[in-house]
Design a protein around this ligand. Structure first.
Ligand code: 6R9
Length: 653
């Protein structure tokens, strides 16, 4: 028998789109039929939503798989599509970004303002000797100049490599070296948790190890003291003095737009390469379709950091190519208080919020009385990305943020896919809590067994993509062989995404986490996601992470790390009683095979900067090993907290 994943969790709730939203939705069910009838023709139609300087000769060259070329021979400028064409259409005074600094300072930036800043930055970079094809590293806080820097690179055909502002010296230096970047754009620092936190000192140390760097361009954000070398230039003395006149040149559809390193938990980070025409086509279309953006009335807010692919595709390129008005926030959700996010929604009358399950579960932990203090009635659509969203977290999001009136789009995609692949369409799909539902029009996803055969409804296995898509990664920077081995070798002729998934009895897709995390318990492949969702479905639990630890009788045994909700007493005997209750709750929800051997109550979980749980580290704890590499952890003290005592009971965050 071929190996598949168990399908344990059953979910029967379903929510059709609100009538009014469905009646005026940007995309209707007809899109699925159009794409099914002519997939490439469908993508050509979507490419025509952009402005091309030279039309393409053929839509796809797939003669040398897995190396795809989309919109062959076409030419366009990405920054022109995000800025100039809106201004030419008379929308220069429309707000592009409502920016909110963590200390409470604000900036309102129109499309005209953004265009001017990008043209100045394009001229300044050109003066520094940056030309089309050169690489530029961007290491910035969440300030508008981060988007300006990206768009300026795109405008002159330089390839940007954004590195999370907060990664270590070694992480930054390694990424600069891998791409041989010529310039770094950074800031003196940014505000996080009420304090200025320095970026320039980290850049200084990294640059000392990177001979390819000729110049460092520094935005003054915090005003803190910084060391200065003859490579350094202030943004306000260069960019802000440069000419605001700049004519964008078109680039080939396959011109490299950006490299983004995946946070690779163990191996050397992979520089995922995205190019120009196909990438912009898919992110622009999916933004329009999935978020149903009405440019004249919507106020959109994606809470991601710009250093994550979500920030690239759904803060910069998707929204701006569609002429959206959006909110950008510099800081953390609990500074100066735990209602900061909802205060921002209220202040700007946000209509669409796109965030991560980790944030939703944190809000569950803090309690629903916090969002209840704010007027969230402007919201009409909610999105989720980054991890499987547990059905109870989905229901909490729907009820306490969306007042049971907003559709939720659970969007599955990856750095590698560039844009959203699997998601409800908000005006079409009757959603199920916890399911990403179906591939978008023009996308073909499947769930297969060990042999690459599609599993029937009700079965689980490996998520694969059977056909090339416009915003697919083109290679791993500098390593075509690794590109082939990592993504295209597991199953003949298919892209394997690394995730497990199941197809329910109606054919809808449920993401089950990374297959590396799957637990093999007494011969059953059990996904971490289903056990975590069962734990989160208990009213005392806000968040859970589950790992398989070596066990003498069952091969692997399930070990769960669980964060109780804020109001729950988890000290002493109450804690013991809760643990016993949770073990039984999982057994009852999923079956006895999924009953955890051990549950630990903890205050925090180790997460990456984009909020993904790092189960690898928890496996080390569960198997009493010394900890592996913790450099990509969001907060490295969390592991000390978990390893010592396990049950701290108090909330450090
Ligand atoms: C966009 C992004 C990709 C991995 C992906 C999967 C997980 C993302 C998800 C999801 C379940 C969703 N993931 N969205 N899992 N449901 N809606 O997150 O890119 O940082 O490269 O991570 O994230 O495991 O393979 P990236």
């Amino acid at each position: 028998m071929s190996e598949t994943l168990e399908n344990l969790l059953q979910e029967n709730r379903q929510f059709p789109p609100p009538d009014a939203l469905a009646a005026s939705a940007n995309v209707t069910a007809a899109a699925y039929d159009e794409a099914a009838a002519d997939r490439l023709g469908f993508w050509e139609t979507q490419a025509r939503r952009l402005t091309w300087a030279t039309p393409w000769e053929s839509v796809l060259d797939w003669s040398n798989p897995p190396f795809a070329k989309w919109f062959v021979g076409g030419k366009l400028n990405v920054a022109y599509n995000c800025l100039d064409r809106h201004i030419e259409a008379g929308r220069g005074s429309k707000v592009a970004i409502h920016w909110e600094g963590e200390p409470g300072d604000t900036r309102t930036i129109t499309y005209g303002d953004l265009h001017r800043a990008v043209c100045q930055a394009a001229n300044a970079l050109t003066d520094l000797g940056v030309a089309a094809g050169d690489r530029v590293a961007i290491y910035m806080p969440m300030i508008p100049e981060a988007a300006v820097a990206m768009l300026a690179c795109a405008r002159i055909g330089a390839t940007h490599s954004v590195v999370f502002g907060g990664f270590s010296v070694d992480a930054l230096a390694g990424r600069i070296q891998d791409a041989s970047a010529k310039v770094v754009i950074t800031a003196d620092g940014g505000y996080r948790r009420g304090k200025p936190s320095g970026l320039k000192p980290i850049v200084d140390e990294a640059v000392a190890q990177c001979p390819t760097i000729e110049r460092v361009l520094v935005v003054r954000r915090t005003g803190q003291d910084v060391a200065w070398s003859d490579k350094d230039l202030w943004w306000h003395e260069t960019v802000e003095q440069a000419s605001p006149e700049h004519v964008a040149q078109p680039f080939d559809a396959e011109h490299p737009l950006f490299i983004l390193y995946t946070s690779g938990t163990t191996a050397k980070p992979k520089g995922i390469l995205h190019t120009t025409g196909g990438y912009l086509t898919q992110v622009s279309y999916t933004y329009h379709a999935v978020f149903d953006l009405k440019p004249d009335t919507d106020v959109y807010w994606c809470t991601a950091d710009i250093g994550w692919v979500t920030g690239h595709s759904y803060i910069v390129y998707g929204p701006l190519s569609n002429g959206a008005t959006q909110i950008m926030y510099e800081g953390t959700p609990d500074t100066p208080h735990r209602g900061r996010f909802w205060e921002i929604v209220e202040k700007y009358r946000a209509t669409i919020v796109y965030t991560a399950p980790t944030l939703i579960r944190t809000m569950m932990k803090w309690g629903e009385d916090i969002p209840a203090k704010f007027d969230l009635s402007s919201l009409r659509l909610l999105g989720s990305v980054g991890e499987p969203i547990n059905p109870e977290a989905w229901m909490w999001y729907r009820k306490h943020i969306g007042r049971d009136a907003c559709p939720i789009v659970d969007t599955w995609w990856q750095t590698e896919t560039g844009g959203i692949m699997i998601s409800p369409l908000p005006g079409v799909t009757a959603t199920k809590p916890g399911s990403a539902m179906t591939p978008l029009p023009g996308i073909s996803a499947d769930v297969v067994d060990d042999q690459g055969q599609s599993v029937p409804n009700g079965g689980g296995g490996y998520l694969v993509l059977r056909e090339p898509w416009p915003s697919m990664l083109r290679t791993i920077w500098g390593d075509d062989q690794r590109f082939i081995e990592t993504y295209w070798s597991r199953f003949e002729g298919m892209y394997f995404a690394g995730d497990g998934a199941k197809r329910d009895n109606d054919g809808h897709l449920w993401l089950l986490g990374r297959v590396d995390d799957v637990m093999l318990v007494s011969g059953h492949n059990i996904s971490t996601t289903e056990v975590e969702s069962a734990l989160v479905s208990h009213p005392s639990v806000a968040e859970a992470a589950v790992v398989g630890a070596t066990d003498p009788t069952t091969g692997q045994a399930i070990v769960a790390f669980t964060i109780p909700r804020g109001h729950v007493d988890s000290e002493g005997e109450a804690g013991e009683a809760l643990i016993a209750e949770l073990r039984n709750h999982v057994a009852k929800t999923l079956g006895p095979i999924a009953k955890p051997r051990q549950i630990m109550l903890v205050a925090e979980l180790p997460k990456t900067r984009s909020g993904k749980i790092m189960r690898r580290l928890l496996r080390d704890v569960a198997e009493n090993r010394s900890l592996g590499d913790v450099t990509t952890l969001q907060d490295s003290t969390v592991m000390d907290l978990i390893a010592s005592g396990m049950k701290t009971g108090k909330d450090e965050d």
